[in-house]
Design a protein around this ligand. Structure first.
Ligand SMILES: *Cc1c(COP(=O)(O)O)cnc(C)c1O
Length: 405
């Protein structure tokens, strides 16, 4: 089948020529020394500081999480041994779903093997099984939501990002008798902006629509118990479905929805992506429970996280490095050119031991290529100074635009 290689190669050549061919950094994180890692290259090994991890709070190396996972492995072994329906539901899975339902103040929760699958399976199933459902989807929704809606083959209406006037115009134009669902995120991961959740819920009430909120980049990090932006704003009860991940701030892996008992039972019973796949290893469920319980009770990580973000922004401003202002923990430093973005990222890594993956199209629109910095509670003052010093030097070296104060 060698003749097909030419097809692959020409498609890959195109990525190369546009400067957006993906090269993975090969890392081993040092447990207990977050955010340090060892990077392996063809030329040998290098110690690096990771600045682009979604393990936003370092919970992936938290002692309580690690101990819970080890204990679960010692207790019941490695894998779950089946799908949820056929021998793969353990006590750990049940506990985790209870913990998540409680976190979001919902009757029920349902776990999936990833946040991607939870979006895909839930939106796909709602869209396919509710006759005549129209899904109103924010223009910047995550790929997993878009794929779920596509899979559902239901009617969809895309509204302008975070634009409630546009959403209302589109709700008004739709058949008043059709069932409706508004799908959106709280913190958008590339620009770090936050949706007007209350206004969207008000429109949902006015037009009789359900609401589906992806809180993947907010759970663990916002709200008094880490329930996300909706918890912080006292809006959790106004959302039909809250979706989240266990793989980012909770530091483990897996995804979930929290909703009414009837809705969760419906997805449990009809979603292919829930039914026909092996359930999470019990150790992951145990680690997630430990992480969620810790963050429910401890505001320390959240407070320190926000303080680190302010510190980094202050030092970037002092050096006139342009970064996108937003109300979240995500600090996008704009470069605006795919090849330059990759070049800077390579120099940061090779010369400064700083690992910041370039973010290029199609993750973000062309000409908005960026470095997406995610400070954590475990980045020290010295780490932040080293990073801003490196960016300052590269901005001069690469003749990049400065922010004009
Ligand atoms: C990362 C991400 C997901 C997928 O979550 P995983 O657990 O990594 O599969 C879903 N939605 C958004 C907005 C994300 O950024």
């Amino acid at each position: 089948m060698k003749e097909f290689d030419a097809i692959y190669k020409s498609a890959l050549d195109e990525l190369h020529s546009e400067g957006r061919y993906r090269v993975f950094a090969e890392l081993v994180r040092h447990c207990g020394h977050f955010p340090r890692a060892r990077r392996s290259t063809a030329d040998g090994e290098q110690e690096v500081t990771v600045w682009c991890s979604n393990d936003y709070l370092g919970m992936g190396q938290h002692q309580k999480v690690i101990e819970a996972m080890k204990e679960a492995i010692d207790h019941c072994g490695a894998g779950a041994g089946g799908t949820r329906n056929i021998s793969g539901t353990t006590h750990y899975h049940v506990l985790l779903e209870q913990e998540l339902a409680d976190l979001h103040g919902k009757e029920s929760a349902l776990i999936f093997t990833s946040g991607y699958i939870s979006n895909w399976a839930t939106l796909g199933t709602l869209g396919a099984k509710i006759p005549g459902l129209i899904i109103f989807s924010d223009a910047l929704n995550h790929a997993s939501m878009i794929e779920g809606i596509r899979y559902a083959k239901c009617d969809k209406v895309i509204w302008k990002h975070n634009d409630v006037a546009d959403l209302e115009a589109k709700l008004k134009a739709a058949d008043p008798k059709a069932p409706k669902l508004i799908a959106f995120e709280s913190v958008y991961s590339m620009d770090g902006d936050i949706a007007p959740i209350k206004e969207i819920c008000d429109l949902a009430d006015k037009y009789g629509a359900m609401t589906y909120l992806d809180e993947v980049h907010a759970v663990g990090m916002y709200g008094p118990r880490g329930g996300g932006i909706a918890e912080r704003e006292g809006l959790m009860d106004r959302l039909t479905v809250i979706e989240g991940t266990l793989g980012k701030a909770f530091g483990v892996m897996g995804g979930y929805i929290a909703a009414s008992a009837a809705l969760c039972d419906f997805i449990r019973s009809f979603a292919s992506g829930f039914i026909f796949t092996t359930s999470l290893p019990p150790s992951l469920a145990a680690g997630a429970v430990a992480s969620i319980r810790h963050l429910k009770a401890s505001p320390f990580e959240r407070a320190r996280h926000q303080e680190r973000v302010r510190k980094l922004r202050g030092l970037l401003d002092a050096r006139s490095i342009p970064h996108m202002p937003n109300p979240s923990h995500i600090v996008p430093v704009m470069v605006g050119d795919a090849a330059k973005c990759k070049w800077i990222s390579d120099l940061l890594l090779d010369d400064w031991g700083i690992y910041l993956q370039p973010i290029n199209y199609p993750t973000v629109p062309k000409r908005t290529e960026r470095l997406r910095i995610t400070p954590t509670p475990l980045h020290s003052d010295a780490d932040i100074e080293h990073l801003t010093e490196a960016l300052h030097s590269l901005w001069s070296h690469c003749a990049l635009a400065r922010h004009v104060a």
